[in-house]
Design a binder for this molecule. Sequence first.
Ligand SMILES: C[S@@+](CC[C@H](N)C(=O)[O-])C[C@H]1O[C@@H](n2cnc3c(N)ncnc32)[C@H](O)[C@@H]1O
Length: 301
Amino acid sequence: MHIPVLTNQVLEFLLPKNHRGASFIYLDGTFGGGGHTNALYLEALKRNYQNIHFILLDQDKEAIERAHLWAQDKDIKINIFHENFVEIPRVLQQLKIKEVSIALLDIGLSSYQLQDKERGFSFNDSSMIDMRMNQEQEVTAQSILMTYSEEKLAQIFFEYGEERASRKVAQKIVTLRQKNKSFFENTQNFASFIETIIPRRGRLHPATKIFQALRIEVNEELQKLSKTLEIPFFSDRLGVISFHSGEDRIVKRAYRKWQKEGLGEETPRRGLIPTREEIKYNPRSRSARLRVFSRKYPDEI
Ligand SMILES: C[S@@+](CC[C@H](N)C(=O)[O-])C[C@H]1O[C@@H](n2cnc3c(N)ncnc32)[C@H](O)[C@@H]1O
């Protein structure tokens, strides 16, 4: 079960108070477990929005199966796509839609993915070091570990994991990956290997940052987000929930640029973070930040 984060803030800041269009089109670029989609669906019904149309995307096939299940008993127009959100312009073109009412990207990993023993996102289980969100892609975390140069590995551990021992870890990997393959065969062995290089301090497992960095690299998370936000966006209101300072920086910069171009404004200015109660109830929400860009009706917020 995936608990959606910042749901109240999504409902309050992403939904227009008085929706003016003839139809209400919601685009969820990261369906996951459908928590946000369902909350927005119930609220749209409550507010009596007319001609509700939901467009649901996820790059994970299993999330798409959940989306089809969710859609089964809903009496609204729904389109579901197994796509990366970087493909949103193409999806909208295919649907002959120029612009949607609101869009949400809740990036990162779902609890379904983290808890799936086969997917290799967690070092608590023993599985292939996979970490692909899209099961159809070729590159896995293991292929990265076995083929990247020492410099490139050090760079991703430092940039995406903010790991201070990035160089040392990269050097050990490159020295040992041919001699002792067993370290790189599964997530638990790899995590133990990292523990021999980075001593355990505090509650965080020493492999946490290395795993995060590999996941971001495998799924090209920052590149896809930057590319998606490069074009003038496709929505009256866009919300992005990020969990990593690198992602948040990309969102902040894109919003600032759009604001300079006179497209609208970010409201509220510094985004929204979870309350203490939410963090207590759902510790995964701890590092989440929602930023909303509002294009057409900033006066209504
Ligand atoms: C944090 S979960 C979303 C949870 C969802 N909002 C909910 O309430 O259940 C992130 C989801 O986004 C998907 N995802 C991450 N990056 C993506 C991308 N670039 N394109 C499409 N889906 C992506 C993941 O596969 C995962 O299912």
